[in-house]
Write a protein that binds this ligand. Structure first.
Ligand code: NAP
Length: 307
């Protein structure tokens, strides 16, 4: 079968870039599709301090470096969304928002997206006070009173960041203890982040912009209003598994694609890596998954591979 590219990587985050580098360097012709401008969720990290080789680096800067590196080995198609993958006899058809391609194998690196609260006002005020990324939008709330919803590492990091830029920050968490690391909790408290425990957001309200939230204490069932200009929702991620579902890939109970140790899915010629395969959400594990999936995919296109 004649291929337009031997390997298609779908999603240009850490896993996708690593897959592209490994596949390209192994001698495959590689294309990378991303519906946006690439970089994935790492672009939202104010600082990355656990990626070996960089004591401290901004998420944007790290992903720019990865992109430049991957561009040495793969063709990048930014702003081109993969709408569907079809299995062919001996290949995979990739149908994008622009055209169709035939490839030998595809590696899904589609990542995850921010989980939604699904409360009244959340959709309505998105971009008008409701945000899922403090690093991206925090600047607009400098010096204002804001709420961060969630109790994990991300929520606490966002709260510290917002505090740093002068916001009055309230973390609203549904339980009475955080899921976040103790060290982060202590740092947040030291910096003056306030916590509202055992509470859930029932509604986000305002006129043009967010003016406040209604929260309910889950123990006493009492409701109260907190006047805030911004609501940062940080309650975890959900895998972007639409293509995987279309293809009938096996998913776990949380919707992550099930892969073996080399990124193989239950469908021949289809591999997966990164956040769409687990909830670990670490750049280094995403890169490792991308690298392994690329090496395993070489075999699928009939090239020599030890895996
Ligand atoms: P997470 O650890 O899954 O935490 C999500 C938080 O949101 C939890 O506290 C959860 O409450 C709460 N939550 C979930 N659904 C909710 C709902 N519908 N309403 C209200 N609250 C809700 O997510 P994350 O903080 O995004 O982190 C994801 C992974 O990335 C974790 O493994 C984390 O350690 C990792 N991470 C690491 C770093 C780092 O610096 N190493 C930085 C960021 C993230 P409960 O606690 O009650 O379940």
């Amino acid at each position: 079968m004649k291929y337009d590219y031997e390997i298609a990587v779908i999603g240009a985050g850490a896993a996708g870039y690593a897959a592209a580098i490994y596949a390209g360097r192994s001698g495959a012709s590689v294309v990378v599709f991303d519906k946006g401008m690439g970089g994935g969720l790492t672009m939202e990290a104010p600082k990355v301090e656990n990626y070996p080789g960089f004591k401290s680096i901004g998420g944007v800067e790290l992903m720019e470096k990865m992109k430049e590196h991957a561009m040495e080995y793969a063709e990048m198609k930014f702003g081109e969304e993969v709408k569907e993958l079809k299995l062919l006899n001996g290949g995979v058809e990739v149908i994008t928002s622009r055209q169709k391609y035939v490839v030998g194998a595809a590696i899904l690196c589609t990542g995850s997206e921010h989980r939604k609260l699904n409360v009244k006002g959340e959709k309505e005020f998105a971009g008008r006070g409701v945000s899922y990324c403090a690093t991206c939008d925090g600047f607009f709330f400098k010096g204002k009173k804001v709420a961060v919803v969630g109790g994990g590492n991300s929520a606490v990091i966002e709260a510290i960041y917002l505090r740093q830029i002068g916001c009055d920050v309230f973390v609203i968490h549904r339980r009475d203890e955080l899921r976040a690391e103790k060290a982060l909790e202590e740092e947040a408290k030291e910096k003056g982040v306030k916590f509202i425990w055992n509470s859930v957001v029932e509604e986000i309200f305002g006129k043009e912009m967010v003016e406040g939230i209604k929260i309910r204490d889950v123990k006493s069932d009492k409701e109260k209003i907190l006047e805030v200009s911004g609501v940062f929702i940080s309650i975890g991620e959900e895998p972007q598994n639409g293509l995987a579902k279309q293809l009938g890939l096996k998913l776990d109970e949380n919707g992550y694609i099930i892969v073996d140790e080399m990124g193989r899915t239950n469908v021949e010629r289809i591999f997966a890596a990164g956040d769409v395969t687990d909830g670990v959400r670490q750049i280094i594990t995403a890169c490792a998954g991308g690298a392994k999936a690329a090496l395993a995919a070489m075999k699928a296109i009939g090239k020599r591979s030890p895996f």
